[in-house]
Design a binder for this molecule. Structure first.
Ligand code: NAI
Length: 663
């Protein structure tokens, strides 16, 4: 009698007439497969079953595949991360999974993973424990180790296995950058063994691989040489230098610990396996990783804000082809939409189209995709396409009467059901909407500069804006792959409101004689992506000064900022502001300041921002404290490893009581 199949919920297991066992991942009630507890336990049962069935000669091989169109396996179920509160807990959970993966590797029959869609983190580690890997070449198929973004590195022996299969350079680069790999790139480096054209070819290819007992070849001799000393230490040194260009060790230790692991044990897989867990566990239980996981949860929270069905925007009309409008239209096109762009000034339109082409070249692959994008962006000086648009966004000069007049015209021409939005930074939605026949229609969709790089967009609800318009605007923002933050109309909305007191505190300190470089170094030491003075230079000191005045910041009237503005020194755009700019870069001073002093100054600079976050929360500018944190992290780059401004403040006030994660 054949060995009975286990009862499963998250997998489907069957044996075909040729004796090949097909284990299909299909997590019950979930859109995507992730490695939740039950999923992993059931995989354990499948492996035990396969051991027995193989011994009895009932199966010739085992294939791991996904039954879900969304993809293979995205790694650990981040909702279950609370299981990893202490180092001891991490080690216990990791130990079980390591034993499971080892037993897959030791199965006496060929084990093949057939990959379509996302295969990430622990999902890729599982695939690496198989004897042979096949992926399809479809656009949605991607492999990668995104762990560093969560403050950890692969902890299920993925470090060892990837180095053994792809060699140290490729494997370490993949793990240190967290970059997503296309199947052809993964094949070129040895992470997978075979690529097929589409997911329809996967089953057949997997069948052949089982019947022909295929196995990965391992790395060639010259990659083996790189694992030996002194080459290994030399590589480690280069990796440290490259990593240091991107992140600081005191804020993001994970990549540095991974390099240590490689340098110490790179040529000794057995010891590296053990050491991996020893180094991984404290990282996983650290505040930095907990906070980075929280940031991930916050991004998911914002993405879930938009209703899933109903409004499906495909055509966007943007009025104003300046800094913002041109880039907004181009970004919508990158995301697959069609866009028309209107401006009074034909020269501006031309410049915007040229800039858009540059963006398409950077963002899209292949001439056909770039040409198609160019064709989807239409210059429309007369506004002929307004009536076709699902979303109309205004991004013209910041003058109330000009905007009011434009909106009256737009309202008359637009189709019913289309979203009518303004990108204004400082005017009130209520004032702009006043002359409209239907003022409840106007919503703010406030982008940040540069549009292509900044992930947040504020969706501004005016006093009279209808809820339906807010929902549609949120859907649109999600459709262009940005995070929507719904904010109540108020000066500065959320992001500029909390950023301004921080920048003005920097100006105040500078006016009092604190050196410029010390101020900016202190902000970097705290974990901000850029110092506040450099940031103001980048934004333009005229704009920073105006926003500061509008938001009622209390800097002395004769402060260095207004003096620079009066002197026409407006920052990067004029070549000088707080810094002198050369070749697009500020000339920074060489002085290094004491770490403890920088820490103290960093905290003091940030304090006004935290205070303003508290006020914005009390004023109900956004839904709750998590939304404040999400908005400030994604809108200002606020030190992600600190988990957000309010989370950080609560943790400072009561370290033990701070909520571990948004989960
Ligand atoms: P900009 O000065 O670069 O561009 C404005 C464009 O609008 C110009 O090309 C001008 O010719 C055109 N224009 C003026 N009146 C027009 C009309 N009646 N019809 C058609 N076109 C007209 O301005 P920018 O910086 O792009 O700002 C636009 C809007 O976006 C403003 O409301 C601003 O507050 C907002 N904003 C600006 C940000 C920035 O960093 N520059 C960031 C977020 C929002």
């Amino acid at each position: 009698m054949p060995t009975p199949l286990p009862t499963l919920h998250d997998w489907r297991l069957s044996v075909d007439y040729e004796g090949i066992a097909w284990a299909l991942m299909d997590r019950e009630g979930e859109r995507v497969n992730s490695m939740g507890r039950r999923f992993t336990e059931e995989l354990g049962e499948i492996v035990k079953w396969a051991e027995t069935a193989a011994i009895h000669g009932e199966i010739k091989g085992l294939v791991l595949m996904s039954a879900k169109p969304t993809g293979f396996l995205v790694g650990a179920d981040i909702r279950e991360f609370s299981r990893f509160a202490t180092e001891a807990q991490v080690k216990e959970v990791v130990k079980e999974s390591l034993q499971l993966f080892d037993s897959i590797e030791k199965l006496p029959i060929p084990v093949v993973s057939a990959i379509h869609g996302f295969c990430l983190g622990g999902g890729l580690e599982l695939a690496l424990a198989c004897h042979y890997r096949i992926a399809d070449r479809e656009e949605s198929t991607r492999l990668g180790f995104p762990e560093v973004k969560l403050g950890i590195f692969p902890g299920l022996n993925g470090t060892v296995r990837s180095i053994q299969l792809a060699g140290p350079m490729d494997a370490m680069t993949a793990m240190l950058t967290g970059r997503m790999l296309r199947p052809t790139a993964a094949k070129a480096m040895g992470l997978i063994d075979q690529v097929v054209a589409t997911h329809h070819n996967l089953r057949w290819a997997a069948r052949k691989a089982v019947l022909q007992k295929r196995r990965s070849k391992g790395i060639p001799w010259w990659k083996q040489m790189m694992l030996k000393q002194p080459v290994r230490s030399l590589l480690a040194k280069q990796m440290r230098a490259k990593t240091a260009e991107k992140v600081r060790e005191d804020h993001y230790p994970a990549p540095y610990r991974l390099i240590d692991l490689f340098e110490q044990y790179g040529d000794d897989p057995a010891r590296m396996r053990v050491a991996e867990t020893e180094i991984f566990a404290p990282l996983m239980a650290s505040d930095a990783s907990r906070n980075l996981r929280r940031v991930f949860m916050l991004s998911e929270m914002l993405k879930d804000e938009a209703p899933k069905n109903g409004f499906k925007p495909q055509f966007v009309h943007v009025v104003g082809a300046g800094t913002m409008g041109g880039d907004i239209a181009a970004w919508c096109v990158v995301c697959g939409m069609q866009a028309s762009l209107q401006d009074l000034d034909e020269g501006q339109l031309k410049k915007a189209l040229a800039r858009a082409k540059g963006l398409f070249k950077r963002q899209l692959r292949g001439k056909a995709a770039i040409d198609a994008a160019v064709a989807r962006l239409i210059a429309d000086p007369k506004g002929r396409y307004i009536k076709h648009a699902d979303v109309v966004i205004e991004a013209i000069v910041e003058k109330l009467e000009v905007k009011q007049k434009l909106f009256q015209d737009l309202e008359a021409e637009m189709k019913s059901g289309a979203v009518l939005a303004t990108n204004t930074s400082s005017l009130s939605i209520e004032d702009i909407a006043k002359p409209l026949k239907d003022p409840g229609r106007l919503v703010g969709i406030h982008f940040f500069n540069p549009v292509a790089q900044l992930p947040l967009v504020e969706v501004v609800r005016g006093e009279r804006t209808r809820e339906e318009e807010v929902r549609k605007a949120t859907t649109f923002v999600t459709a262009i792959k940005k995070f929507p933050l719904i904010v109540k109309s108020c000066p500065g909305f959320l992001v500029n409101r909390v950023l301004t007191p921080y920048m003005m505190e920097a100006v105040r300190r500078y006016a009092e004689g604190t050196p410029r470089d010390k101020i900016d170094q202190a902000a970097l030491k705290f974990g901000m992506p850029m110092g506040p003075l450099e940031l103001m230079d980048l934004v333009g000191l005229d704009i920073a000064n105006k926003v500061g005045a509008e938001l009622g910041s209390s800097t002395p009237p004769d402060n260095p900022l207004s003096r620079l503005v009066q002197a026409g020194k407006l920052g990067k755009k004029t070549g000088e502001g707080f810094y002198v700019w050369e070749n697009g870069k500020p000339k920074r001073g060489e002085t290094k300041y004491d770490d403890a002093e920088l820490d103290r100054l960093g905290r003091e600079l940030i304090k006004p921002m935290l205070d303003e976050c508290e006020r914005a929360l009390a004023d109900k500018i956004v839904a709750n404290a998590d939304h404040v944190d999400a908005g400030v992290i994604f809108g200002t780059g606020f030190a992600p490893f600190r988990g957000g401004p309010l989370h950080y403040r609560r943790a400072q006030e009561a370290p033990a009581a701070a909520a571990p994660a948004a989960a």
